[in-house]
Structures are given as structure tokens and as C-alpha cells.
Design a protein around this ligand. Structure first.
Ligand code: ADP
Ligand code: MG
Length: 779
């Protein structure tokens, strides 16, 4: 329920006396203002402020002088008590000096019915009101807590049914949805005013007994009598219910330390009281200050227990009890100061609404049942066959599957809609069909490229492994080239890059002979015919050692460019050959794609031309207009030849466009394979080089990428750019290869590759030499 902001209601009650000091306490006729005049009695003779008269004015919600218990209840409490029955938390507090009338106000005289206080009157009102509100069911529980020297005491624990107190005693706890409560404090259900009063008196008795046993005054403790109310509407939602707490608080006397008590137990009590009341004051100051978002409630048991009963969503009322005598004027002043601070606290009373999940489920089930009945009634009325609202059976699902299959093949014209569940099942079947189709296309593609479908782990393993069958031969080649390279080795980067441009004649020769193999189809880097050698580490260690146990001289390390040339014709010849073959296939597919794009564009131009002619004819004719029907322009005015031509052209366009899309997918896939082969070659080379020549990490620079291209690539695969760029890309490709590839990765790999196929979309094709003008909006 919406909260509305309100202030704490603060009233002052003056204890009746025959010696009321008019000079000190001046109650104004407005009934709300009290002025205090006080002559400060300084004991220091030299003090200039001696006998100086000071005045204070306090404006509160009401000044109650010579007011009966009944009137006080009506003016101060009734609103809060009735609010509690509506679901608002309420707090009524009495504050003031010992003997000023707090207990009299809160509990009243237990002997005289007329002089009974707030608590018995509130209990009476609660039960009377409950009887009146017949549309609700209420349940009421009571608890009575005493806080003495920071110890929590259950004043109703003597009653039957009270929980066994844990050795740790009671604790103040907070729980979301439940707010603040005292764990271990007994809660007693009551069904009548009499039962409730019995509990109150039992508590009062326990309070007195306790104070005697401990040799203390009952005025030295704080007492919180709480009425817990829960109400459920009999007419409205069963699941919703409201709860409220009505706290009736009799605070300990607020005498300041040093005035009355000075030693022993009294001093200890006074210190505790002073402390807890001063924390209460601090909490109230913080609550009153809107800029503060932290209120120190946990500093004392009292403030913690009253955390959600002071400000917040609570209706709060404070009665400040004062003496009328001049002798107590300083305490009176102190009490009034506290009262005026409390006036500044704002509250946002709100109803504590809750939902009972079990009742809510019950209600929803009932609603569902009713709606189903309503629906079947409606279906009978509109003469529809009996419609099921239950989940579909296996047989029904099988029927839907067959319907969808027939619909896709064309043997079924349409699938008639029966129910929401059936529509959902039809959609699910369509999704399944699409997925199956995708799998088929993928399998076909793999077949076209002579690939073996391998699972992801096999791919990853294959990438890591290497064919060891030819390792002896490769190392032989490496040794010969390395020996040769030893004589030329220089760490000068400039001369190194120079050599990279030249390349090694021997290597080039080997390369040429190696590249003479027939280029039929794109091949995966890992070939089936390669032997499976799972022990990569042992194989690596084999590779790292030069054959014949000839030790390598680290100073005679060949340049990377030379080493790479040797690697390609020796150890890396196989992957190098595959790379070149794949590139050849890629080039061939690219040129096919270009050719197809031109063809499709030519057909599109013709379509545009004929469409323009028909339009012109239409405009000239001055009658008839185009209608768009299922995406196709239809001329109302008969023009047989042109229309026929247009239709034929569109069919051709669609057919070629489909072929084009297929080739485009192939190009993407080939590009991925080329990238993958290249990364394999480079990483194998890097490993081999590192192990063979023991070159420090930082010297394994990125010249290899460039060398690779200069060695065997007629068409540059990478654009000229700084080495750091190549380096980064090389690492990126390497990282990607380390992960097994999936169909999705294939695409992404092709997309992120440096060299892209000419894009066929007009927006993307700009600036590329092979750009094609192809519209994708099919007629
Ligand atoms: P406190 O609880 O503040 O220490 P009490 O409520 O015990 O003070 O009051 C002390 C005495 O004064 C009691 O005997 C009480 O009956 C009496 N008293 C206090 N206020 C009133 C009042 N408004 N009318 C009549 N008697 C009162
Ligand atoms: Mg008292």
C-alpha cells in the first residue's frame, strides 16, 4: 500500500501536583506549547551567568495537563491502535524521569479500572474492533520483553507453551520480509480481551518479582509489550494477508547520571540507562536528519529491538512525562528537549502486505480449472469439436510430425490450426527439419571437398601431432641446409631481412619440385594417411636433437628465412604442399565466384530493363497499376510477351543466385583451410627452429610470415604492413588453431582472415578490385 509521510506524534503529560510551578512551566492556551523559564543556579561565585533567567519554548502535538486516562487514550492512542488493525505497525512510547508517570500512563493502576492505562485500553479496543470487522479473520499474539542492563528478559516465559530458552539467551534479529524480532521471545496467542489482560498482569507480576529478587527498582528497565496482529480477508484474495506490530514501550527513567545515584548497582544501572537512552537519542537524531542514510540502531538492545518501530513505516507516538514541580525543572527541560527532537522524525506508515505462496498456488489452480471449464463451454457453444487443453500425446505428436513432413514435400496443402499446443509442436517440427537439412548440407560439403568428418577432439589432437614417418628424411634435409646456413649466420636484422628477400636457391629448387603435385581438391592439414603418433613430447625431443648425435653450434644458427626455406622442402614439405594445393583450389573458386557474380548481375540488369519498359508502357497507357502480390509485380494491363520474359528471367536469376551462394560458401571454407594450413606450417616451423637452433624467444621474430609469402605465394596473401601487425595476426591465428574448429569457427575464421574473397554485396564491394555489382534483393 502507498506510504504517506507523517511526523511522530509527541505529547507532553504533566503529572498532577499541588505544587505546580507556574513560574517555571508555562502552558500556552493553544494546548501545544510549553515554555520553560529556568534561573541557572551556578555554584561558582565568580560566574557572571549566576541567577540569569533563561527561557525555552517547545511546540509539540499536545500538552496534556490534568487529563484523564480515558482522554489521553482517545487523543493519543486510538489512531495508532486502529492503524495496527489495518496493517500498520504502531509504537507508543513513554519517556521521562522516574516517578513522572510513565508506567501510570502505559499500564495505569492495576487496582482501579478507571485508571487503567494505554495497554489495557488498547487490548480492549483491539478485540472490540476485531468483532466489528466481520469481513476479516484476525489472529493476535502477545509478547512482553524487558531490557535490563542490556539483558533481554522474557516477562511471559513463566507461562505454559513458552519456548525453552537457548543457552545463548534471546537475540535481536532481522530477517527480510519479517523485519526485526527477538529470537527466543515467547509469543502467546490470545483470543479475547480477558486472555490478553491475564498475560499483561502476569508480565507485570514477573516484572515486580524480578525487581525484588534483584533488589532493583522496576523503573530501571525498559519494557516492550507487543501486540502482533495478522488479518486475512474473508472476501478478497485468500493468498494476501496483512500483519502488524503494536509496540507499547515503557522506557526506564531518564535521570542523568550523578544526580541521584553515585555508587554500586545504582551507578551501574544508571550508566546502562543513560547509555541506552543516549543511543535512543542518537538514533532519533539520525532518523530526523534526512541527509543521513545510516542510523545507529545496533548500538544498544533497545534501539535494535525498536529498529522498525521508531521511524520507517510505523505510526509512532511519544508521550513525554514530566513533573510539575520546580525542583525537577532541569530534568523536565531535558525531557522536553528529547521530545522536540523526536518531533523531527518523519515516518512513512505503510501496510505490511504479504502473500501466502501455498494459498496463492491453490487459488491459481482453482482459476485454471475454472478457465478450462469456461473454454470447453465456449467450444460447445460455437460447435467446435472437442478440443484438448492437456499436453499432446505421443500419437498426436507423431501425427504432427507426419503432417509437417507432408507439408514440406508439398503433398499437404496446409496444416490447420487446432490449438496453441499444436501450433507450438508444428513449429518444433519445422525447427527439427531445418536442423536436419543443415546437417545434410554440411555432410555434402565435406564430401565435395574430400574431407573426413572428424570430431573436435580428433581435430585438436591432429593439429598438435605431426607425421613422424618422414622425420628422418626431414631432419636429413634440415641438417644439410643448416650446415650450409652455419657459414652465413648473422644476427644483424638488416642483412637478415635482405636474405629473406633473396631466399635460398637450393630451397627454392626443392620448393618448385615439391609444388609440382597435382592440385585437385582442398585438403585438410591433417591427412588421414599421416601416421598417428600420440606421444608428441617424445617426438619433439627426437626432433630437437640433430641426427647422428652431431652437436649443433649455437653460433652457427642459420637465418630464419633460410631455415624456413629448408623446412618447407624438408620437414614441413607435406603441409607446405597441402597449403599450396589448397590455395590453388581457393583461387580457382574465387574466379568462379567472380564469373558467377557477373552473370547474375547481367540477368539482373535485364530484369531491370524489362521492368522499366513495362512501367513506361503502364504510364503511357494512363490506366492500370502495379500490384504487389507475394513479392512479385503484376501488371493489370495485359502485356503477355514482356511479362513472360520477365518471369523467365527471374527464374534464371534465382537459379544462378543459388549457385552463387553455394560457391561463396565454398570460397569461405577454402579460405579457412588455407589459413589453417599456413598456421600449421608456421607453428611447426617455429617449434622446429626453436628446438633445432636454440634461439632465444625474442629472436623468433615475425619475419617468417613474410618469408612464407615470398617463398611460394605468387599472389600476396597479406598486405604490406608493420611486422607487429603480422606478429599479432600470427598469434591470433595460432591461438585459433589451437582450438578445434567447428562449422561456426570455419566461417568466423574465413571472415577474420586477412585476405578476403571479393564481397558480392554492393555495400561491401566498394574499393576491392574484383568488386561485383550484384543485388541481393531477389525479385
Ligand atoms: P514512572 O513509571 O515514570 O517512574 P509512575 O508511573 O510509576 O512513574 O508514577 C509514579 C507515581 O505517580 C505513581 O504512584 C502513579 O500512580 C502516580 N502518577 C503518575 N502520573 C499520574 C497521573 N497522571 N495521575 C495520577 N497519578 C499519577
Ligand atoms: Mg515506571
Amino acid at each position: 500500500m502507498k506510504a504517506h509521510s507523517s511526523r511522530v506524534g509527541v505529547f507532553v503529560r504533566i503529572r498532577p501536583t499541588a505544587h505546580f510551578s507556574q513560574d517555571h512551566i508555562e502552558c500556552l492556551p493553544d494546548g501545544q506549547t510549553v515554555n520553560i523559564h529556568h534561573r541557572k543556579d551556578s555554584r561558582k561565585p565568580q560566574d557572571s551567568t549566576k541567577n540569569q533567567l533563561s527561557s525555552w519554548s517547545f511546540r509539540l502535538a499536545g500538552i496534556l495537563q490534568n487529563v484523564s486516562q480515558e482522554e489521553l487514550y482517545a487523543r493519543v492512542c486510538r489512531r495508532v491502535v486502529l492503524g495496527a488493525l489495518d496493517g500498520y505497525n504502531g509504537t507508543l512510547m513513554c519517556f521521562g524521569q522516574t516517578g513522572a508517570g510513565k508506567t501510570y500512563t502505559m499500564t495505569g493502576s492495576t487496582e482501579s479500572y478507571k485508571q487503567r492505562g494505554i495497554i489495557p485500553r488498547a487490548l480492549q479496543e483491539v478485540f472490540q474492533e476485531m468483532d466489528k470487522r466481520t469481513e476479516y479473520t484476525f489472529s493476535v499474539h502477545l509478547s512482553y520483553l524487558e531490557i535490563y542492563n542490556e539483558t533481554l528478559v522474557d516477562l511471559l516465559s513463566s507461562l505454559q507453551g513458552s519456548p525453552q530458552l537457548s543457552p545463548r539467551g534471546m537475540v535481536v534479529v532481522e530477517e527480510p520480509g519479517r523485519g526485526v524480532f527477538i529470537r527466543g521471545l515467547s509469543l502467546h496467542p490470545v483470543h479475547s480481551e480477558e486472555e490478553a489482560l491475564n498475560l499483561l498482569f502476569e508480565g507485570e507480576m514477573n516484572r515486580i518479582i524480578g525487581s525484588h529478587a534483584l533488589n532493583r527498582s522496576s523503573s530501571r528497565s525498559h519494557c516492550i509489550f507487543t501486540v502482533h496482529i495478522e488479518s486475512h480477508s474473508r472476501t478478497l484474495s485468500v493468498a494476501k494477508y496483512v500483519t502488524s506490530k503494536l509496540n507499547l514501550v515503557d522506557l526506564a527513567g531518564s535521570e542523568r547520571l550523578g544526580k541521584t545515584w553515585s555508587e554500586g548497582q545504582m551507578l551501574k544501572e544508571a550508566m546502562y540507562i543513560n547509555k541506552s537512552l543516549s543511543f535512543l537519542e542518537q538514533a532519533i537524531l539520525a532518523l530526523a536528519d534526512r541527509r543521513r542514510d545510516h542510523v545507529p540502531f545496533r548500538q544498544s538492545k533497545l534501539t535494535h529491538a525498536l529498529k522498525d518501530s521508531l521511524g520507517g513505516n510505523c505510526n509512532t507516538v511519544l508521550v513525554a512525562n514530566i513533573y510539575g514541580e520546580a525542583a525537577q525543572i532541569e530534568e523536565t527541560l531535558s525531557t522536553l528537549r528529547f521530545a522536540s527532537r523526536m518531533m523531527c522524525v518523519r515516518t512513512n506508515p505503510a501496510v505490511n502486505e504479504h502473500m501466502d505462496p501455498a494459498a496463492q498456488i491453490k487459488k491459481l489452480q482453482k482459476d485454471l480449472h475454472m478457465l478450462k471449464e469456461e473454454l470447453s463451454f465456449y467450444n460447445t457453444l460455437v460447435n467446435r469439436p472437442r478440443i484438448m487443453y492437456e499436453p499432446l500425446s505421443e500419437a498426436q505428436l507423431a501425427e504432427i510430425h507426419s503432417q509437417v513432413q507432408r507439408y514440406l514435400k508439398g503433398s499437404l496443402e496446409e496444416i490447420s490450426i487446432i490449438s496453441i499446443r499444436q501450433v507450438q509442436a508444428v513449429f518444433a517440427q519445422f525447427k527439427l527439419a531445418v536442423q536436419e537439412q543443415e546437417q545434410k548440407v554440411k555432410a555434402q560439403l565435406c564430401q565435395t571437398f574430400n574431407l573426413m568428418e572428424k570430431d573436435q577432439s580428433a581435430n585438436t589432437a591432429a593439429i598438435k601431432e605431426w607425421d613422424t614417418r618422414d622425420s628422418t628424411e626431414d631432419v636429413e634435409a634440415l641438417r644439410s641446409s643448416s650446415t650450409k646456413a652455419n657459414t652465413k649466420m648473422s644476427r644483424d636484422k638488416q642483412s637478415q631481412s635482405k636474405r629473406q628477400g633473396e631466399g635460398s636457391p637450393v630451397s627454392r629448387k626443392r620448393l618448385e619440385s615439391a609444388s609440382k603435385s597435382k592440385l585437385n581438391s582442398v585438403q585438410m592439414p591433417e591427412r588421414e594417411q599421416e601416421s598417428q603418433e600420440p606421444d608428441t613430447e617424445s617426438q619433439d625431443s627426437q626432433e630437437s636433437k640433430p641426427p647422428g648425435n652431431e652437436p649443433f653450434n649455437p653460433d652457427s644458427t642459420p637465418s630464419k628465412a633460410e631455415a624456413f626455406e629448408d623446412f618447407k622442402v624438408g620437414r614441413g614439405s607435406k603441409i607446405n604442399r597441402i597449403l599450396k594445393e589448397n590455395k590453388a583450389v581457393l583461387l580457382e573458386r574465387c574466379s568462379l565466384l567472380r564469373q558467377l557474380t557477373e552473370e547474375v548481375n547481367a540477368v539482373k540488369r535485364e530484369i531491370d530493363c524489362i521492368t522499366a519498359t513495362i512501367q513506361q508502357h503502364e504510364t503511357r497507357g494512363g490506366q492500370g497499376h502495379y500490384m504487389v502480390m507475394e513479392g512479385e509485380p503484376v501488371l493489370q494491363e495485359p502485356d503477355g510477351t514482356s511479362l513472360m520474359q520477365l518471369r523467365e528471367l527471374k527464374a534464371v536469376y534465382r537459379q544462378r543466385y543459388e549457385v552463387l551462394c553455394g560457391v561463396k560458401a565454398e570460397v569461405n571454407y577454402c579460405q579457412h583451410l588455407v589459413d589453417q594450413c599456413r598456421v600449421r606450417l608456421l607453428s611447426e616451423f617455429e617449434n622446429w627452429y626453436k628446438k633445432s637452433f636454440l634461439v632465444p624467444e625474442e629472436e623468433l621474430d615475425i619475419t617468417i610470415d613474410r618469408t612464407l609469402e615470398q617463398g611460394e605465394d605468387n599472389q600476396r596473401l597479406l598486405p604490406d604492413s608493420p611486422e607487429s601487425f603480422y606478429n599479432a595476426r600470427y598469434r591470433m591465428l595460432k591461438r585459433r588453431t589451437a582450438l578445434s574448429f567447428t562449422p561456426v569457427q570455419r566461417n568466423s575464421s574465413a571472415r577474420s582472415g586477412q585476405r578476403r574473397l571479393p564481397p558480392i554485396l554492393p555495400g561491401h564491394s566498394q574499393g576491392t578490385p574484383t568488386s561485383c555489382k550484384l543485388r541481393t534483393d531477389q525479385p
